[in-house]
Write a protein that binds this ligand. Sequence first.
Ligand code: UDP
Ligand code: MG
Length: 321
Amino acid sequence: MPHTRQSLDIVTPFFNEAESAVAFAAMLADLEVEIAARFNCSVRTILVDDGSRDNGASRFAKSLTGNWEIIRLSRNFGKEVAVLAGLDRADADLVLIMDADLQHSKDVSLELIAALLAEPELDVVYAVNSREGSHSRGRLSKLFYKLINSSQRFDIPANAGDFRVMRRPVAKALTQLRDKRRFNKGLYAWAGFRDKAIPYSPAERVGGVSKWNGLNLLAFSLEAFTSFSVVPLRIVSVAGLLAAFAGAAYGLKVLIEVLFYGVAVPGYPSLAVGVMLFGGLNLAMLGLIGEYVWVTLSESKDRPVYIVRDVVESRSRDTQQ
Ligand code: UDP
Ligand code: MG
């Protein structure tokens, strides 16, 4: 372990987590003590209020001890963007990202840090949710990773989220990726670096509800694909080609029947089926291409990724510097 005192920033995004504030602050106080004792690190917590509509920010401000700041965004930008806002403020040797709902425990956090500091060659240690995988949503998510990883030079590991600790160069690299529609798992993988996974099983939320449901999971997957994969477009092209060949073959068959066997072609049912089938396929594929065009459009606008409303800081900045 190096003699110089290292610094560690904890980045935590929160959205409507007033119910978790007190418990989170208590956990954090313990975590800070243990980090200081075990790793000789000074700790600062950077909370990002992702446009909460409850009084979460003031509850956090009241409960937190030690060295902290709360960055309040001007509205809800989504967890992925809130994490970026936190990383933009972070400047420590190590950066730990964890949730505010206590699903990411103190013990696993310590395990991540210990694993990273144990190997100087490692840049990132991330936690992998070992509970996912068997139920139907788990199978769907397996399919999702298989598809999205089918055409690129880097692999997005399954069930690895934002719960991770990284060295400063990694955090810096991530802040250089200014995608507005962010898919963090993809960005981590894109950035590269040497990483290691540690399995964990997330705890229950202390309060409030998860912000994920079927619909926004679907939107999230679409976002992931449109920013990290060209596979859907390839499927569209191949499907189009196959349909064209099938059409040509069918046309040839009809032509032969008429010319050589004098069969009167019963046109109407096959026409109706063909028109409906390919009309529908056309619309679906146009929609898909539209998704990619929309991504291009939103990324090409020169807007910032997020806007900060204000920053609230603890007064005790003595442990830092
Ligand atoms: N979160 C956020 N902005 C959002 C949604 C969630 O900052 O728009 C925060 C949330 O407060 C929590 C973390 O991101 O600290 C993870 O969210 P959640 O618990 O809803 O996700 P899950 O644990 O179910 O994956
Ligand atoms: Mg959660």
